[in-house]
Design a protein around this ligand. Sequence first.
Ligand SMILES: *[C@@H]1O[C@H](CO)[C@@H](O)[C@H](O)[C@H]1NC(C)=O
Ligand SMILES: *[C@@H]1O[C@H](CO)[C@@H](O)[C@H](O)[C@H]1NC(C)=O
Ligand SMILES: *[C@@H]1O[C@H](CO)[C@@H](O)[C@H](O)[C@H]1NC(C)=O
Ligand SMILES: *[C@@H]1O[C@H](CO)[C@@H](O)[C@H](O)[C@H]1NC(C)=O
Length: 400
Amino acid sequence: MPLYLESAFQFVCGTLLLSVTFTAAAVNNQIETPFSYVYNMYTKNIAIEKHTIRSVSVSSYWECFRHCAEDCDCVTFQLTGKTCDLLDTDQDGAAGDLVNRPGTLIFSMQQSSSKWKIPLTTVPFLVILGLPPRLFSPFTQGHGSCLNGCCQSNPCLHDGTCVEKCDDVRERYTCACSEHYHGRRCETFYPRVKSCQAYLKLKPGSQSGVYNLNETTQTYCDFESGQAGKAWTLIESFSQEYKAFYKRKPFYYDFPRNENTFSWNDFRVSYQTMVNIRDNSTHWRVTCDFPSGLTFTDYARAALKDTDILTFVNDSCQRYEYISVRGINCSSCRGMLVQWDDQHMHTDSYWSGRNGCFWDPRAGSISNEDNFGFYEIVNPQHKCTESSVSTTQWWLGSEL
Ligand SMILES: *[C@@H]1O[C@H](CO)[C@@H](O)[C@H](O)[C@H]1NC(C)=O
Ligand SMILES: *[C@@H]1O[C@H](CO)[C@@H](O)[C@H](O)[C@H]1NC(C)=O
Ligand SMILES: *[C@@H]1O[C@H](CO)[C@@H](O)[C@H](O)[C@H]1NC(C)=O
Ligand SMILES: *[C@@H]1O[C@H](CO)[C@@H](O)[C@H](O)[C@H]1NC(C)=O
């Protein structure tokens, strides 16, 4: 941690009571001071980047402190000369965004106790003049036990409900968001949905593209390519370059790849996500090089009731609605399907007919040719394996 070697800690002490109001109820000669902030320490020659809410010009760190105390989103502040940056996180939350910067001081802020009961006689010493009225007014309005004014401006978007908090300066208010909104201030719309199908139901007319299924899981939704399902949810996509990762991973293994950052070349959702999608689907399909356009010369589609790809373990002739490899196709017929503990789901166009399955694409095949997965032996005539950048996609889908 070379970054910390240059840092020096120093104890400085400041307290800002944003608390006392003349109209607060005095009970038993005591007055409640709902909240106060202290800063007590700074780190020298280190700055936090990318977390500035706003910067103001100040003449002292006390002034910077006050700006931070007054801004409900401010968690800590840093000072470089006269520039005061109000930051939305502290050093712990900004581990990747710390840089050496000579002369910068990062102050830590703390919420001191949220409710002080103090003798009425000491009040005059605690009054800090010159604070904006909004910081005083909340205490007269009966917001319950914690009153810090942070909900006054209604920071929660899209009908979220704001609740003031006085325990931790990192969270001076929280937003209870209305359905389908997320984020600290309910700024982001994405429904927690099980599948692309459920998303389309919620937002009819959505375009195909990358969607979030929840805060962390992304996938590609195909709403346009029709066939036996109006909404297809991608569960896996990989290029030949990455085939080794997938070769021995049947779908019943939990093997997420880039679940949070979608990529056609190397992507798979977690097993639990597959289960969620499967429970909302009727069909599965596999496509080759989907990003360059859907083609049916190398393609397969089947009903989950005939084969559940999340539980299938066998090498047998399974029913397809349609299957084609190198243009040799059949509809409502049986073709070979393989998935074992050490083999990704696939078919073998050399063996399908030889093994007694109706679909027999042996013409033009090479010995032991693997199609749609596993890929120990690949044929450049098969669209999924034309070159190192060719991709294979597995999907689950259904009609609305
Ligand atoms: C998103 O979904 C995945 C798979 O179901 C799950 O593992 C993950 O915890 C979920 N994330 C959130 C924030 O709910
Ligand atoms: C998928 O989920 C939606 C609700 O989110 C439901 O209306 C629909 O019937 C489900 N489809 C299937 C095939 O389970
Ligand atoms: C595999 O498939 C064959 C042929 O359909 C079947 O007889 C056998 O029971 C299956 N094995 C398992 C473990 O399901
Ligand atoms: C399906 O096979 C027939 C010949 O049996 C062929 O004419 C047709 O083009 C094939 N379809 C596709 C999409 O490859």
